[in-house]
Ligand binder design. Sequence first.
Ligand SMILES: C[S@@+](CC[C@H](N)C(=O)[O-])C[C@H]1O[C@@H](n2cnc3c(N)ncnc32)[C@H](O)[C@@H]1O
Length: 270
Amino acid sequence: MKALQDNTFKQLRDFIYERSGIFISDSKKYLLENRLTKRIQEKKLNSYEDYLYLLLYGNSTDELMKLFDAVTTNETFFFRESQQLDVFIDHIVPSILKKQGAKDIAIWSAACSTGEEPYTLSMLLLEKGYIVKKEIVASDISEGTLESAKKAVYNSYSIRNIPMQYLKKYFKPNGQNYELSPIVKNTVKFMNINLIDDRKMKLVTAKDVIFCRNVLIYFDDKAKQKAVSLLYDSLKPGGYLIIGLSESLHNVTRALKPVVINKAVVYQRV
Ligand SMILES: C[S@@+](CC[C@H](N)C(=O)[O-])C[C@H]1O[C@@H](n2cnc3c(N)ncnc32)[C@H](O)[C@@H]1O
């Protein structure tokens, strides 16, 4: 197949950006080229131009879903960035429950990839004896990752950070893999939600805590602002937004206030 021409690259890049917020810089052209090859072969097309035309004029939601699967980076694992998880379970959850005098807490893992993040949150809550009555909502733009999340069977890479007590209690070995117990699985509800789609984002409301980690790094400032403002709307007053350890909302929003708890920065809707 002919190499991806600059002009086609720019059109594909714009198409992806408009629909997902993901911005692919010129230096990442090779990445896009690699990631689309398989899909172009599957569709039995001859060039990147043909694929661009299919996206522009084919009007197919199915192809858009396949495109999202191809262009997203889905790296994740259980108990990722545990410093924030400690802050969540030891400080944020008790303070919200105390304030509300309630037993339950409304949580959303936005951009959950293959499910390790929401399942980690669920295990933390279960382990502390909290009853997870309301399901944890978990969402992603990639249908492929959501399918895998619902199966909840994980390889050794995903589980490498899980403390032994959790592994023993909540997983069953399955060949080379590990199968998550239904006790945890049933506490999470998966949805396909694009962080820059107003209509879809409005489906999730009144959350106490939203995790949106390691996804905004793929957006430019404009898309970040849009996603964060929609996430803000989905938070209860006093609720928390938790982004990745290496990320910042500097210049993105003033509506959410950075709060430092045990050296971890989280953002609060005031
Ligand atoms: C690197 S993973 C992070 C997973 C998890 N939050 C973590 O920190 O381990 C980023 C995820 O963001 C998703 N994503 C990218 N753009 C998105 C968008 N516009 N809306 C929703 N999810 C998106 C990708 O599909 C991918 O699964």
